[in-house]
Ligand binder design. Structure first.
Ligand SMILES: [Zn+2]
Length: 300
């Protein structure tokens, strides 16, 4: 009799733990080699954003021929499928590690489906300046127009991996009128328009940090959310969300923000801006900001 009860309890516990675990995580990706490159896209041309070693496990996002995408540092990243083993959902051995990875890597709000909030959202990214308009000039002589174009392409890659439909107001180093940038967002009926810039204040070379601007009062909360997430992910100095009378925002009928992502008149910040790590943090901050914003909009 006593044995009966014990085995029933054991079975009940097993069923409970299996049902909990299958809702908490999906399949895991175990790394089978050292120094495996982690990239921001499914190709050898994509930037290397980190490395993984034998035995590490990550949560599987999706598979694409020859590549596997995983959750890495709060976002989607890619590794070659040749050097990994994918384990199925109910493999008990990986239970503890998997839950641990998931807890650390996915924002709480979107734990169950981090991709869903950005899927099919139309996002227009506006890399500021371009062509004969070089924008601000950094301490090193680098142009703002070049830095923002790099940031825009990087951000586009990340957002597209989460299913967003991303349009850039300029793909290369060409000149675009301010009025056409805003009207492009209106034409695309963008869910969100983001104008990307790097700031400069040559008279005060120690000034640094990130600031977010809105024009329409309705975008004030969006700006605060975005600013908070950018500061959280980059640890940059907080220059706050504030009203800004910029033409790309003023003539925009879509939710629109202008992001000043750092000061290139500050030597250290200009150097930092050029690192893959900083660019990744910017993308992660923007993605987290967008997810929170869409979550808020959808639960309103
Ligand atoms: Zn600018």
């Amino acid at each position: 009799m006593y044995r009966w009860i014990k085995s029933i309890i054991f079975l009940l516990m097993l069923v409970i733990s299996l049902s909990i675990s299958s809702t908490v995580y999906a399949a895991t990706v175990k790394i089978d080699t050292d120094n495996l490159n982690i990239r921001n896209g499914p190709s050898l041309e994509s930037d290397v954003i980190g490395q993984a070693d034998t035995g590490e496990t990550y949560q599987l996002n999706e598979r694409e021929d020859g590549w596997v995408s995983i959750y890495f540092n709060n976002s989607i990243a890619w590794v070659s499928s040749e050097y990994v083993t994918i384990s199925d959902e109910n493999n008990e051995k990986n239970h503890d590690q998997t839950v641990h990875v998931q807890k650390d890597s996915i924002p709480t709000e979107t734990k169950n489906n981090p991709n869903a909030l950005l899927k099919n959202k139309v996002i227009v990214i506006d890399p500021g300046h371009g062509g004969r308009d070089v924008g601000a000039i950094g301490v090193s002589g680098g142009y703002e127009k070049k830095y923002v174009l790099h940031t825009a392409h990087n951000l586009k890659t990340y957002l597209e991996h989460l299913g967003a439909i991303v349009h850039l107001t300029r793909e290369t180093d060409n000149y675009k009128m301010l009025s056409s940038r805003a009207s492009y967002a209106n034409y695309q009926r963008a869910d969100v328009f983001l104008s990307l810039h790097y700031n400069s204040s040559p008279q005060y070379p120690s000034v640094k940090g990130i600031g977010t601007f809105f024009y329409d009062k309705n975008d004030e909360t969006f700006a605060s959310i975005m600013q908070e997430e950018l500061i959280k992910s980059t640890n940059s100095e907080d220059r706050h969300a504030q009203f800004g009378d910029f033409q790309v925002l003023r003539t925009n009928h879509q939710p629109a923000l202008l992001l000043e992502l750092g000061f290139i008149s500050n030597a250290a910040e200009e150097l930092n801006i050029q690192t893959i790590a900083y660019q990744r943090k910017i993308s992660q901050g923007v993605m987290a900001g967008l997810q929170k914003y869409f979550l808020m909009r959808e639960t309103d």
